[in-house]
Design a protein around this ligand. Structure first.
Ligand SMILES: [Ca+2]
Ligand SMILES: [Ca+2]
Ligand SMILES: [Ca+2]
Length: 153
């Protein structure tokens, strides 16, 4: 009888695990695939949700997604609807609603790996909050302390 109880308990754990798969990180099979394929050390942004429609990727900072230099240019501005983080350094990527690291900000951490739908998020860093989708205009790598609790998920 005791053996059966243990067996049932084990089965219970398996079922529970299947019902609640990594609820914290908005699991997305498409973003998992994109993350696995991404070059290590890079941050990436996508025009659509679920890591579809690559806008660009960057191992460095880009202070202006609307200009004609760097990894993000011109029409990339105010387009991102999902993000990917495959950094190695442990730094977070802080994204801003305006160019030159101004406006409102939010961060994606290394542990988060990706944000599959920015429509669920706001850039809460700064004096107010601003929508996270179709608004990003600059990004930079910073230690998590400089995110001041404004984390995207
Ligand atoms: Ca740029
Ligand atoms: Ca978009
Ligand atoms: Ca913007």
């Amino acid at each position: 009888m005791r053996k059966i109880s243990i067996l049932l308990a084990t089965l219970g754990l398996v079922v529970t695990g299947a019902l609640f798969p990594v609820a914290s990180a908005q699991a997305s099979a498409a973003c998992d695939t994109a993350w696995n394929a991404a070059t290590p050390g890079r941050f990436g942004a996508f025009e659509d949700i679920h890591c579809a429609g690559v806008l660009g990727s960057d191992a460095d900072d880009d202070p202006n997604w609307a200009d004609s230099v760097g990894s993000f240019q011109g029409s990339d501005n105010d387009k991102a609807s999902s993000l990917l983080h495959k950094g190695n350094s442990g730094l977070a990527v802080r994204v801003w609603s305006d160019a030159n690291y101004r406006g409102n900000f939010g961060c994606i951490t290394k542990d988060e790996k990706y944000v599959s739908d920015l429509h669920d998020n706001y850039l809460t860093g700064g004096t107010d909050k601003f929508r996270a989708w179709d608004s990003i205009s600059s990004h930079e790598w910073v230690s998590e302390a400089y995110c001041y609790g404004a984390f995207l998920s």
